[in-house]
Design a binder for this molecule. Sequence first.
Ligand SMILES: O=P(O)(O)OC[C@H]1O[C@H](O)[C@H](O)[C@@H](O)[C@@H]1O
Length: 282
Amino acid sequence: MTASIETRTFHDQPALVLRTPGGAQAVVSLFGAQVLSWTPAGGSEWLYLSPQARHDGSTAIRGGIPVCFPQFATLGKLPKNGLVRTRPWSLGEQRSGDDFALVTLTTSEDDASYAAWPQRFSAEVTVIIENERLGVEFEVENTGHASFAFTAALHTYLRVREVENARLEGLHGHEYRDAADNDRIKRDSGEALVVEAETDRVYHDVQRPLLLRDGWRSLGINVEGFPDVVVWNPWEQRCAQLPDMPANGFRHMLCVEAAAARRRIELDAGEQWYGRQTLIAL
Ligand SMILES: O=P(O)(O)OC[C@H]1O[C@H](O)[C@H](O)[C@@H](O)[C@@H]1O
């Protein structure tokens, strides 16, 4: 038996379902090239998808792994978190073997993106699953004649049983910009990060793998290419302001994002850049 890739609808939107013979499964929406669900073999769902997420193409889907490009958050004049999470992507390559399934989705500039951000680019998201592993790679090429600069993120919403009981390890000693406290620059001194209030931090130059402990289960988080890690939880008050989140949704999610946010990435004409986030169920 080999792994499989099936095209079907998920909340009425076209999606791909990747499965390994061992029982791992991921759902990838063509809207935004967004992974919406991931269950490792023998395990349980690791991504948070809001039960009130909109799937009608009118707005970004709240949950899973949104792709933010060419702007992370509000670090510029473009719409928050960029232009590509709210557009349909095309299916490129799909491949499977005995123990993996892989799909590549692509997009490039169109009239609407060009009007907002006058650059020519092509972007690819490659999603690969193995039994215990989910890899998401974002690649961008400058297909124009002049250089451009961007910020970006894989805005991963992890599902946790109770956010106050989850522990994120590996950020000790790192400097971060605290967007929940007037963008003050601070240094993390805790053994582990436990979220007990609104949290919106950009950790700088994180080279180490991270470990998320959620009760009896743990997740390894590896990043290549993206220099920064963003940790976000809106907590009660901000969550209540999000129309596509239930009131208690913030308790069951923790965003741990692979990001290029502190410094913009510069790409000359014809140049490529890529970054990858890998989640490993332990
Ligand atoms: O509501 P969204 O546009 O999806 O943004 C959700 C969040 O994204 C990032 O993590 C930012 O750091 C947050 O400040 C922002 O609120």
